[in-house]
Design a protein around this ligand. Structure first.
Ligand code: GUN
Length: 323
């Protein structure tokens, strides 16, 4: 069947002079049987599942899940993420509250706002969009969130539970990655996963989760970071690579083994005068050249970013059930 398809496609190519670069790339992708891990498709499945559960919530007159987000300053990327989180809450029928502060907000004002949200019985989930301005102690702020409302899963109490494999809120981006691997039934057991980046938001938790005795999981995990020597050699041994370092186009084709699964967590705004917005979103992977080597790869945009929001919604729903 595939052979027939390739033959037909080959015949078609013989009759056509292919000069266009993009078209050449498409042909390459076609032959290498690489599959895109489509964040649009998987996040829709997750959101449809939530919407179905919401029908039951409404039918039973149960509490509507309520997410409160705190946004500090006017960082363009943070604005976009939070706006998208709020919009997605509405889409699945959740309540949301957005609280904004100026860049120079004092730490005690922020802590007071968090305490009010902790006490507010109607609020199920609290999210403080990161990064925070320099005058704010991130650790203090995150630790002040009631762990039962910590839908980001960043509170040390919840991190500890995650490390021990106990039920808790799993941070949204790593959880979104797991949902993707599961959706596409990608085998992870016994595979060598290389995680590039060791942030509390992505690198550290995904390395723990992929190494856990679960599915997706049971990987042998190597965590790489800015001090890692022989990064290229290590990446070349990987069956699964999670690129989460925030450097656009960092992972090149000569760092990736044929048939590897590549998960691109990067989402950096890169200036582009030709775009109306003035920027394009770039992942940590040199997609055009890496994709032909992969068995599966996530695009940017349209990959992990969408999954992060879907996973956050699921955590908020779970938090509301605790009431
Ligand atoms: N900044 C980048 N990613 C995240 C995230 O998942 N949650 C929060 N709160 N801030 C972020």
């Amino acid at each position: 069947m595939i052979g027939e398809k390739i033959n037909r496609f080959g015949e078609e190519i013989k009759h056509r002079l292919v000069t266009d670069r993009h078209r050449q790339q498409q042909i390459l992708l076609y032959f290498c049987a690489m599959q895109i891990l489509d964040g649009k498709v998987v996040s829709k499945t997750v959101k449809d599942n939530i919407k179905e559960r919401m029908l039951f919530v409404e039918e039973q007159g149960r509490k509507i899940p309520h997410l409160a987000a705190i946004l500090i300053g006017t960082n363009g990327a943070s604005e976009t993420y939070v706006a998208s989180k709020v919009k997605n809450c509405a889409e699945v029928g959740f309540k949301s509250t957005l609280i904004r502060f100026d860049d120079d907000v004092a730490e005690n004002i922020l802590l007071e706002a968090i305490e009010n949200l902790n006490r507010d019985e109607d609020v199920d989930g609290i999210l403080i969009q990161l990064p925070l301005p320099a005058q704010i102690n991130e650790e203090k702020v995150i630790s002040s969130i009631n762990p039962d409302k910590d839908v980001d899963g960043f509170h040390p109490f919840n991190t500890g539970k995650m490390v021990q494999g106990l039920p808790t809120f799993i941070p949204a981006t790593p959880n979104g990655i797991l949902m993707m691997l599961e959706h596409y039934k990608i085998e992870t057991s016994g595979k060598h996963a290389v995680v590039i980046g060791r942030s509390n938001i992505v690198g550290r938790p995904i390395s723990i989760l992929l190494g856990s005795n679960t599915y997706p999981g049971n990987c042998t995990v190597t965590v790489c970071h800015s001090r890692t020597k022989n990064l290229k050699d290590i990446c070349l041994q990987a069956d699964i690579i999670v690129a989460a370092l925030g450097i656009p186009g960092f992972l090149k084709a000569d760092m990736v083994k044929e048939g590897a699964v590549v998960i691109d967590v990067g989402i950096t705004r890169v200036a582009d005068a030709e775009k109306k917005s003035g920027f394009v979103l770039k992942g940590d992977v040199d997609f055009e050249n890496v994709a032909p080597r992969c068995s599966y790869i996530t695009p940017v945009p349209g990959g992990v970013g969408l999954m992060t929001i879907a996973a956050l919604l699921m955590n908020t729903f779970t938090a509301s059930l605790k009431k």
